[in-house]
Design a protein around this ligand. Structure first.
Ligand SMILES: Nc1ncnc2c1ncn2[C@@H]1O[C@H](COP(=O)(O)OP(=O)(O)OP(=O)(O)O)[C@@H](O)[C@H]1O
Ligand SMILES: [Mg+2]
Length: 388
């Protein structure tokens, strides 16, 4: 979907705001705490029905207001293979209620299921927190893969939920029988059933994760090269799915059987897709422990851009690229390279430190804010001419 206009009422720091998107690059500038990320969060919320900052609904509704209203007008592309390019005007509206049920309408029709929205508006989000994909624990890397799978096809959501569901049940039972004293025949039978279900669902999840990694690997090299310029970074970036059991003899079922005694002793499932990792390296060295802060951030950005490109290739349309605070910790050369190599399509980026010299956004929006009587701030948007 190509974004045209966004209206916000009582969303975060916005009392009432309207903004028009450029067909290509729109830059949002302003000092810290003015409401730049809030804008990106609004667009991303409409695509995913969640906050990319993990905020609950009541944090998204302006302090003192009962509900927030988001309204987005754009053009949905219909580019089925072999068909002529076709665009249809699309309206996505949402009402976020601080204490109650949210309501979402697409072309004035009430949305029945979240997954119905997934094909309407797709976004690729990069935020400063994405540094954790590279720097943090394996959980963030698994989430990166799993979120991308859902962006590629909503059916993967069901696979992930099945794994989570069985794991929860299995862990609850393991906790009950922890140590083995209460491991009676009935518990063993139930564990056998869980193992079979986890064996199947876990195997399927790992299979699609591995397939995704295979698609990402060649694209990642190009994405990293697009950001990390300079002679020092010829070193290749690599990505490899890491699993103790996947592809091994017996697969997950075998591993679960072999590890059952350990699981019972510890009262938790120690093997499965929930323990797998994604090994990331630059020039053969593990990025988590060896790369510099700027390299880690470039790597995280490259992972998002690689995902963006895989989703574009699969769905036939580029998601809207939302880059929050993307220039922080990138040196001037990398910032310029990123701008020069932005993927085709629409990009909305924020910056508190100004735009790089070579930047030529089609639209520049300045965000300012004044203190709100009830706490927080009230943000205002204005279009600036030329370089800010
Ligand atoms: N529900 C809310 N009601 C009122 N104000 C809010 C609400 N949620 C957040 N704010 C205000 O919004 C401001 C933060 O906005 P935002 O995160 O968009 O800033 P930013 O411009 O991205 O800043 P930075 O450059 O530091 O990232 C804060 O001052 C905060 O008080
Ligand atoms: Mg911000």
């Amino acid at each position: 979907m190509r974004l045209d206009r966004l209206w916000l009422t009582d969303f975060r720091s916005y009392e009432s705001a309207e903004l028009a998107f450029a067909p290509g690059l729109t830059a949002v500038v302003g000092d810290n705490g003015r409401g730049k990320s809030n804008l990106l969060e609004a667009v991303a919320w409409l695509a995913t029905l969640t906050s990319f900052r993990g905020a609950p609904t009541d944090a998204l509704v302006r302090a003192g207001a009962a509900r927030a209203v988001l309204r987005l007008e754009g053009f949905a592309e219909r580019t089925a293979p072999g068909e002529e390019h076709d665009e249809r005007q699309t309206l996505v509206e949402a009402e976020l209620v601080a204490s109650g049920r949210n309501r979402v309408l697409v072309n004035r029709q009430r949305l029945q299921r979240t997954r119905d929205l997934l094909g309407v508006l797709r976004v690729t989000v990069f935020t400063p927190d994405d540094l954790d994909i590279v720097k943090g624990g394996p959980g963030g890397r698994r989430r990166y893969l799993d979120d991308l799978l859902v962006a590629l096809h909503p059916k993967y959501d069901a696979v992930q939920r099945e794994v989570d569901r069985v794991l929860k049940q299995r862990n609850a039972l393991l906790k009950q029988v922890q140590g083995g004293r209460r491991l009676d025949e009935a518990a063993v039978t139930t564990l056998d059933v869980f193992d079979e279900k986890l064996g199947q669902a876990g195997e399927e999840l790992a299979r699609v994760r591995v397939a995704l990694c295979e698609r990402l690997a060649p694209v990642l090299a190009a994405s990293y090269a697009a950001v990390a310029v300079g002679a020092d970074v010829r070193a290749a970036t690599t990505l490899r799915y890491e699993s103790d059991w996947y592809g091994a003899d017996g697969g997950l079922s075998g591993a679960l059987a072999a590890g059952r005694d350990d699981d019972v002793r510890r009262g938790v499932s120690l093997v499965g897709p929930h323990r797998d990792d994604l090994a990331l390296a630059i020039g053969g060295l593990p990025a988590r422990t060896h790369a510099s802060q700027g390299e880690q951030r470039s790597f995280a950005l490259a992972l998002r851009l690689a995902g963006h490109s895989v989703v574009t290739a699969t769905t036939g349309a580029a998601p809207v690229l939302l880059l929050d605070d993307v220039f922080s910790e990138l040196d001037p050369d990398r910032s310029d390279a990123l701008l020069a190599n932005l993927p085709a399509g629409q990009t909305l980026l924020t910056t508190a430190s100004g735009l790089p010299k070579g930047a030529a956004p089609e639209r520049v929006l300045r965000v300012e804010a004044r203190p709100a009587p009830g706490g927080g701030v009230v943000s205002t948007l204005s279009e600036t001419e030329g370089p800010p």
